[in-house]
Design a protein around this ligand. Structure first.
Ligand SMILES: [Zn+2]
Length: 126
């Protein structure tokens, strides 16, 4: 393996991936137990409540799996040499930002722009 200036981020990302994988597995296992218990319980009138709780759990698991995908993508970018460049404008993301968020795929201005765009989509939906 050639010397890589991003090898420290690779180590960080792999550690994050390992931790997230463990958390997602635990969540899914817990969710399975909750659903099983809800189905078995005689309080079927509370179905709506159980569904709402399950939805929150699923949303959390999905959010974490999205983080996982970002980490996987960042590791792939380290492998193919595109890591550290903004996906939108191509500029260097910067070591400080990468240290704070090793899975970052945009520079800060592009990320802020992206999040504003996302926020606007959510606002129109509510
Ligand atoms: Zn950018």
């Amino acid at each position: 393996m050639p010397e890589n200036r991003f090898s420290e981020f690779s180590v960080l990302l792999q550690a994050q991936r390992k931790q997230l994988l463990g958390e997602v597995r635990d969540k899914i296992a817990a969710l399975g137990e909750q659903l099983g218990a809800a189905n078995q319980s005689k309080i079927t009138n509370d179905e709506g409540l159980a569904d709402a709780a399950a939805e929150v759990e699923v949303a959390m698991a999905v959010r974490e799996s999205q983080e996982l995908q970002e980490i996987e993508a960042a590791l792939a970018r380290i492998d193919n040499g595109s890591y550290g460049s903004c996906a939108d404008c191509g500029d260097e993301i910067g070591q400080a930002r990468l240290k704070a968020n090793p899975a970052a795929k945009r520079c800060l201005p592009c990320q802020e722009q992206y999040e504003r765009a996302q926020g606007q989509i959510h606002l129109t939906g509510s």
